[in-house]
Design a protein around this ligand. Structure first.
Ligand SMILES: [Zn+2]
Length: 400
């Protein structure tokens, strides 16, 4: 058993240290993990991700803990036993800000909403807690945010207590410890007491700020996304940039942006409705012109039309619907798009089997598609002229 000392417990600001390698283990298929006599590298645990940095100039890409031993993962083994270690301080301090902010936010939710934190997730770009509450309103969110940030502005000390199991009952703990010995309780002075093995700044002022970004009900919990410290600043920075750029684009003040965007959305919906009405009227006009040119075969009015490439299947179906309202009408439409598309349809007053005729045509000339006895649609090879496809279908469905 290696009796490592965990320097980060009582010296969370240690950025560099000298120590000795006690053991080097080769990993399969490559790399090594090192056991150090003592370490300031925090291993992934308790929801806080591992530190990174270097040992004798060799990058440390992971730090893990197994059976109470901390392992430092490296690609190559250092030459000497005595090593100088450096932490990636920006990464560590970011985790300290986010993690300590979570202690405060969880207590604020308990205080104002009686909502307990039952999950905590911290990664390089995400920070959430899960609450056992069904619903949260904006007013509650603001109240929680205000209290949490008040704790930061008061710059309260964050105190570490090593507590004997018998003394635990004296502390108003927010949650119960998962260990039974070496119990470490983190106190945000006179506000929150929480068992925790993670790293925290010395006082709340260093957290900077806490901002809730969004909240949603998911899988039986309410998930709250938030940012602390530098992350909150960076988040504000890009959002501010977007708001300013949009406001400039609309030539309004940033506070007027929401109103103008919503108003424009309504206008767009109205315009879209108008456009659809105009398009439908155009389609109807085009259909009426085709109907004028219809020729009768065996008492059936044959409407044929090769439309432009811009006319879609949906347009042709709308025209077919309109044209087949006239009794005894067979409507054969195709566009000149690539691939070529068609709709063949008929009034319900005549008895022609469009679907089975299409199958015969497809065997002969190729193509894809199908439908009902009243309307078939699909596409066919580009080398076939639209006229030819229509005429062949007509010859098959109405043999003369
Ligand atoms: Zn903690």
């Amino acid at each position: 058993m290696y009796m490592q000392s965990r320097l980060y417990y009582d010296q969370p600001y240690m950025k560099e240290f000298d120590t000795e390698i006690e053991k080097i283990e080769a990993l399969h298929p490559h790399g090594y993990r090192l056991i150090l006599r003592e370490t300031a590298f925090y291993p992934t645990s308790g929801g806080q991700p591992n530190d990174k940095g270097s040992i004798a100039g060799v990058p440390v890409f992971d730090v893990t803990e197994e059976d109470g031993i901390i392992y430092h993962h490296v690609a190559q083994a250092p030459q000497d036993r005595l090593v100088h270690c450096i932490l990636d301080w920006e990464r560590r301090f970011d985790f300290m800000q986010q993690h300590a902010g979570q202690h405060i936010l969880s207590e604020a939710f308990l205080l104002h909403c009686q909502a307990a934190t039952i999950g905590f997730h911290l990664t390089e770009d995400n920070l959430t807690i899960d609450l056992d509450i069904a619903e949260l309103h904006e007013a509650q969110i603001h109240q929680v945010e205000d209290t949490a940030n008040q704790m930061i502005w008061e710059n309260r000390p964050i105190i570490r207590h090593w507590v004997a199991p018998d003394d635990l009952a004296r502390l108003p703990l927010r949650k119960q410890p998962k260990v039974h010995e070496n119990i470490r309780v983190i106190e945000v002075q006179d506000f929150d007491w929480s068992p925790c093995g993670g790293t925290h700044p010395a006082s709340t002022g260093e957290i900077g700020s806490i901002k809730i970004r969004r909240w949603e009900r998911s899988k039986g919990v309410t998930r709250v996304e938030f940012f602390c410290g530098k992350r909150a600043l960076q988040d504000y920075r890009w959002k501010n940039k977007v708001v300013l750029a949009l406001a400039q684009n609309y030539s309004v003040k940033d506070v007027e942006l929401e109103e103008i965007v919503l108003r424009q959305q309504t206008q767009l919906k109205e315009l879209d409705k108008r456009l659809q009405e105009v398009e439908s009227s155009l389609l109807q006009k085009e259909a009426e012109a085709l109907l004028q040119e219809a020729v009768p075969i065996q008492q059936i009015r044959i409407v044929k039309g090769v439309l432009s490439a811009e006319r879609t299947l949906s347009d042709m179906k709308k025209m077919s619907f309109f044209l087949t309202q006239t009794p005894n009408t067979l409507v054969l439409l195709s566009n000149s798009a690539l691939p070529r598309q068609f709709t063949f349809s008929r009034s319900s007053t005549i008895n022609l089997s469009l679907n089975s005729t299409l199958k015969v045509l497809q065997k002969e000339l190729g193509g894809k598609g199908g439908g009902s006895e009243l309307l078939v649609q699909g596409s066919y090879p580009v080398e076939i002229a639209p006229d030819a496809y229509i005429e062949r279908f007509l010859a098959l469905v109405l043999p003369q």
